[in-house]
Design a protein around this ligand. Structure first.
Ligand SMILES: NC(=O)NC1=NC(=O)NC1=O
Length: 170
């Protein structure tokens, strides 16, 4: 849909369309609807980012499914997460890689109290494993900030999938 269509959406249709641009946090879209009309897609993205920053970061991070975790195995990922995790090869890990991901994810969660979050579409499985291994050694404040940065990258990509901009597809 284009920006004019976005700006004309009812509250319900807006939340239907954008309710999962932040994984399992429809509140973000619900809050941002009242800021329409958005002059540009960047303005919509900025409004989403501002509201994300106003929420308790660990709460947002905890709404994310583990990469290559139970939800992927059970087939209970959201459509967006399922596509993103597949894009990063999370659905095609060897048994050693899968057990390493699981162990590192549990270690990360035990240390920080929220899951490791990374923009899967921007990484392949080697990069995900490397980042998880490196980032688990950070202090909590660093990982809260980094996790929210990754949430915003995921949000940006999901938004661009939903809203057609007149920027030429390069
Ligand atoms: N824990 C995560 O980082 N999950 C995810 N990142 C994505 O890009 N999609 C996900 O489901």
């Amino acid at each position: 849909m284009d920006l004019a269509t976005v700006n004309a959406l009812s509250y319900e249709d807006f939340v239907d369309a954008f309710g999962n641009v932040v994984e399992k946090c429809p509140l973000v879209a619900a809050a941002v609807w009242s800021k329409r009309p958005f002059a540009t897609l960047t303005a919509l993205e900025a409004a989403l980012g501002e509201f994300i920053d106003a929420l308790p970061p660990s709460g947002i991070l905890r709404c994310h499914p583990d990469l290559a975790g139970r939800d992927l195995r059970d087939g209970t990922l959201t459509r967006e997460s399922s596509e993103e995790q597949a894009a990063a090869g999370m659905d095609a890990l060897g048994s050693e890689e899968a057990s390493r991901m699981s162990r590192l994810n549990e270690e990360y969660k035990a240390r920080f109290g929220f899951p490791f979050v990374i923009c899967a579409r921007m990484n392949d499985k080697a990069a995900v494993l490397r980042q998880l291994s490196e980032r688990r050694g950070n202090v909590r404040e660093v990982e809260v900030t980094r996790g929210i940065e990754e949430v915003k990258k995921i949000c940006r990509l999901r938004l661009h999938t939903l809203v057609l901009t007149d920027a030429p597809k390069l």
